[in-house]
Design a protein. Structure first.
Length: 287
């Protein structure tokens, strides 16, 4: 029943409430009014239900939106974490790459050292110390080779040293053991003042045929802290080998070897000159 009908019935009830309308008619109008009210209440109920459904739908939409936002934020967070992890991996790979490059470089340098052994010597002290002869530079080269890389010196020099018949061959074996067990020590560098002291004694001592360390007959200055003398050899390698093996009859204490390989000295003067009795006289003055 429509709203206009309800209004009409209510108006009739009001108008006829004071007149002589039969009870039957009144009851009929009342029934129709109740039916109309019931219909209105039903419509209101459906409207409220629809309203509730719409609210639920709206809440669901909002909930899904919030969930989507939460998932989106989580996804963004996960992506950021993954990017950070990737960047860390890239950084670590770059570090590893640098380490690998350095190791490869070291290997190449090592191989070059092994294959270009003579080339090392050719450039050694060539420009900085022009006053040194080739064999005097060789003394520095081989002596520092033994000091800074003793194990390789054994391989390259000592094991190939077959040209000498030492009086005490066991000292060569002890040299090999010493070099294999020792830790590398610093280089000994040329010193011009020490060179002049060594040159004076090598030249004048050679001319006089002196053997030993007594300079009293030469007038040469003595300002060094330690001295080694080699006789009979002109080659830098032969001089160094003689001093390291230390084969002399009175050299059981291996004083020359200890001086050449010790940590006490950092400067050296070397001179090789002719000797009246022993062909050549090499003087090494340490400080």
């Amino acid at each position: 029943m429509k709203t206009t009908q309800l209004s009409t019935i209510i108006a009739l009830i009001i108008l006829c409430s004071g007149c002589g309308v039969s009870k039957k008619v009144f009851v009929q109008y009342q029934t129709e009014m109740n039916n109309t009210l019931s219909f209105v209440n039903q419509q209101i109920g459906e409207i409220k239900k629809n309203q509730a459904d719409m609210l639920n739908t709206l809440n669901n939409v909002k909930s899904k939106q919030l969930q989507n936002e939460k998932e989106t934020k989580q996804n963004i967070s996960d992506i950021d974490s993954q990017m950070t992890s990737i960047n860390d991996q890239i950084t670590n790979l770059n570090k590893s790459n640098d380490i690998i490059k350095q190791k490869l470089y070291d290997i190449i340098v090592s191989l070059n050292k092994k294959t270009n052994f003579e080339a090392e010597f050719n450039n050694y002290y060539f420009i900085e110390y022009e006053y040194l002869t080739t064999e005097e530079r060789a003394v520095f080269y081989y002596l520092n080779f033994a000091r800074t890389d003793p194990k390789r010196f054994v391989e390259k020099c000592v094991m190939k040293d077959k040209q000498y018949n030492y009086y005490y061959p066991e000292r060569k074996e002890s040299l090999i053991e010493t070099l294999k067990e020792m830790e590398p020590v610093g280089e000994i560098l040329p010193d011009k003042d020490l060179y002049l002291m060594a040159y004076c004694y090598a030249k004048k001592g050679g001319e006089l045929g002196i053997r030993g360390h007594d300079r009293s007959q030469t007038g040469c200055e003595k300002g060094y802290y330690g001295e080694c003398c080699s006789y009979g050899h002109q080659s830098g390698l032969e001089i160094v080998m003689q001093l390291l093996v230390d084969p002399g009859e009175n050299n059981a204490a291996l004083g020359h070897r200890k001086m050449c390989l010790g940590k006490s000295y950092s400067k050296l003067g070397v001179s090789i000159q002719p000797h009246k009795e022993h062909s050549f006289h090499a003087v090494l003055d340490f400080k």
